[in-house]
Design a protein around this ligand. Sequence first.
Ligand code: URA
Length: 250
Amino acid sequence: MRLDRFIANLPQLNRQQTQRLLVERRVRVDGEPVTDGRHEVRVFSRIELDDELLQAGKPARYFMLHKPAGWVSATEHDEHPTVLDLLNEPDKHELHLAGRLDLNTTGLLLITNDGQWSRRLTQPQTHLPKVYRVETGEPILEEYIEAFARGLYFRFEDLTTRPARLRILDSHHALLTLVEGRYHQVKRMFGHFQNPVLRLHRQSIGPLQLDPALAEGAYRALRADELEALQRAVADASSADGLADGIEPD
Ligand code: URA
């Protein structure tokens, strides 16, 4: 909501008085005076008028989890435990996932109570590179590299996948970098070559690496520097277009 609307909603204040308070620098958001009524405030914003606290601001929470296989990426499920069951946090009902992994995929999963943050991170226009380590049932052939870079046609969605980078590690292991997240995308890309994916692990999202100190099932809060780096990467990845699409050269 705009700051001027927030203030004008207070009892006994009209729009003119609100404008004056702003011009007189008497309103502070997160400790800083704000004079522009169009400034966006959120449930996480601390808003003060002179010495009066108008809104304390709910703490925004951001976690990285090392998802184990067998835990479902959902907040509720009839059959399987959910990744939220792994968190020992208050008010878990306020948390949601910023992206999903398949039931048997392991690796980096982000959890938050900040809907705006997770939307920006996961919306299709944000081509943030995500790196997956893949183990396959059949040998991985050189020809996959070009096919993945060119893009594969997905009949169901009637689309061609965005350029993806494949780095072959050995006959049955590779790193695959995607800038989108289609349904079962990695498995379908290897499935194009009748090569089943036996294990799939997400190592990173943009600049954020899964912390090697986190065992499967463990989680921790994101640090301020990680949040800042992610925010910068999302801004860059949203403005990037064309082939590069946020994938850095090797
Ligand atoms: N691609 C898949 O096939 N599964 C995942 O969990 C993530 C990407």
